[in-house]
Design a protein around this ligand. Structure first.
Ligand SMILES: Nc1ncnc2c1ncn2[C@@H]1O[C@H](COP(=O)(O)OP(=O)(O)OP(=O)(O)O)[C@@H](O)[C@H]1O
Ligand SMILES: Cc1ncc(C[n+]2csc(CCOP(=O)(O)O)c2C)c(N)n1
Ligand SMILES: [Mg+2]
Ligand SMILES: [Mg+2]
Ligand SMILES: [Mg+2]
Length: 356
């Protein structure tokens, strides 16, 4: 990437002010270099986690408490694929960490630590990295997780980031994708489809005049809300669980395939935010997009009908809405039928996001 393309960018003002240091030697002294960057931006993020060994060793070392199991998940993000290159670095950091925290929650695990790989265009300024690290710091505090190590490389390609998150679950209590039983009810947290609408807005494909509505949909895209409090409490209640990243229908298909079952979803029961409901306006094509767009990072799980009171209680105690949307059935493994309000199958041009 040429230095000109890496000129300081104008980021939305709602996120914290970006530190002044730029990759401009005249303005800010010589560049920090690879190890100076680690020292300045990453070591503080590892300070609270002894297993990180101060980011001064070849690897992290940490034990797992008796009676617990380690849960490990990895997700990468690439500029132009998962976020826009001009997105605020703190938003990119939040999404990177939160998508991984969502996978921990989907296993009923509590966050412990994470490792981070940054492959950054060589001209990208230290200002960008400072704001990215500040975003990580804020979310570390919020979700009770610390940096354990990582790797820093330069690239001639787009910003590429990867987090491996480590979590803890009581031994044997991780909730699999394959535990669903015929007759189980299907539940989803929060609301579905807001992030897809946010992406439409971010890409300039949809104009939403109401500033508050526009910002709330963009926030759902850029700062998902991983269900870290609810997820671990679903151990023993949910028979199968995953988080919705590719799209509700696609991910339900994964749960069904692994459980050897099919699913029926009643579209009218799928929880939509007031904004999504208004924008869909009864248009079945828009509704289909909400159910298949992805980037939701909500939990989708199966549980027997008898679990409803316990789930209602958990929803009240955690403040996370839990909504019944359908059921698992014996049938073709992985098949998902979405019924519209009239009981007819909803046409779905695709099930969800696929990279290839
Ligand atoms: N390159 C890979 N090497 C090894 N395992 C992989 C690779 N890509 C995916 N997997 C594994 O395949 C399974 C499905 O991966 P996938 O990334 O779709 O799940 P996810 O992380 O829950 O979804 P998403 O990435 O959309 O958030 C997981 O068990 C994951 O560990
Ligand atoms: C710029 C831009 N274009 C498209 C999307 C939509 N998107 C990209 S990857 C993905 C699935 C989850 O990722 P993965 O399966 O890699 O974990 C989705 C829904 C976006 N967020 N930003
Ligand atoms: Mg993944
Ligand atoms: Mg997942
Ligand atoms: Mg995916």
């Amino acid at each position: 990437m040429s230095p000109a393309r890496c000129a300081p960018r104008i980021w939305p003002s709602r996120t914290p002010a970006v530190p002044a240091r730029r990759n401009d030697p005249a303005a800010a002294g010589p560049p920090l270099g690879e190890f100076g960057r680690i020292e300045r931006f990453f070591k503080p993020l590892a300070a609270g986690f002894p297993g990180a060994r101060g980011l001064a060793d070849d690897a992290a070392v940490f034990g797992v408490p008796a009676g617990k199991e380690l849960v490990v998940t990895t997700d990468a993000m690439v500029a132009g694929v998962h976020f826009l290159p001009d997105d605020h670095p703190a938003d990119i950091a939040a999404k990177l960490l939160r998508t991984n925290l969502s996978d921990l929650a989907a296993m009923a695990a509590e966050p412990l630590a994470y490792t981070l790989v940054t492959a950054l265009p060589r001209g990208l300024g230290e200002e960008w990295l400072a704001a990215f690290a500040a975003g990580l710091a804020a979310d570390q505090e919020r979700f009770g997780i610390a940096l354990a190590g990582g790797d820093s490389v330069g690239t001639s390609g787009p910003i590429t980031l990867s987090v491996t998150a480590f979590g803890l679950v009581p031994a044997g209590r991780a909730v699999p994708r394959w535990g669903g039983r015929a007759g189980d009810c299907l539940f989803v947290t929060g609301t579905i489809g807001d992030a897809t609408l946010g992406l439409d807005i971010a890409l300039g494909r949809r104009v939403v005049e109401d500033v508050a509505v526009r910002e709330s949909l963009l926030a759902r895209l850029r700062r998902p809300d991983p269900r870290t409090t609810l997820g671990p409490r679903l151990a023993g209640l949910a028979t199968a669980m995953l988080d919705v990243s590719d799209g509700l229908v696609a991910d339900l298909g994964h749960l069904c395939a692994e459980s050897g079952l099919s699913a029926v979803v009643e579209a009218a029961k799928v929880p939509l935010s007031p904004a999504a409901r208004a924008l869909a306006g009864g248009d079945s094509a828009v509704l289909a997009r909400l159910l298949t767009g992805g980037d939701d990072y909500e939990l989708l799980f199966s549980a027997p009908a008898g679990a409803r009171p316990a789930l209602q209680d958990l929803a009240l105690r955690t403040g996370v809405p839990v909504t019944g949307i359908g059921r698992l059935e014996a049938g073709e493994a992985g098949a998902v039928t979405v019924l519209d309000a009239g009981g007819a199958p909803l046409a779905l041009p695709r099930r969800g996001w696929e990279h290839f």
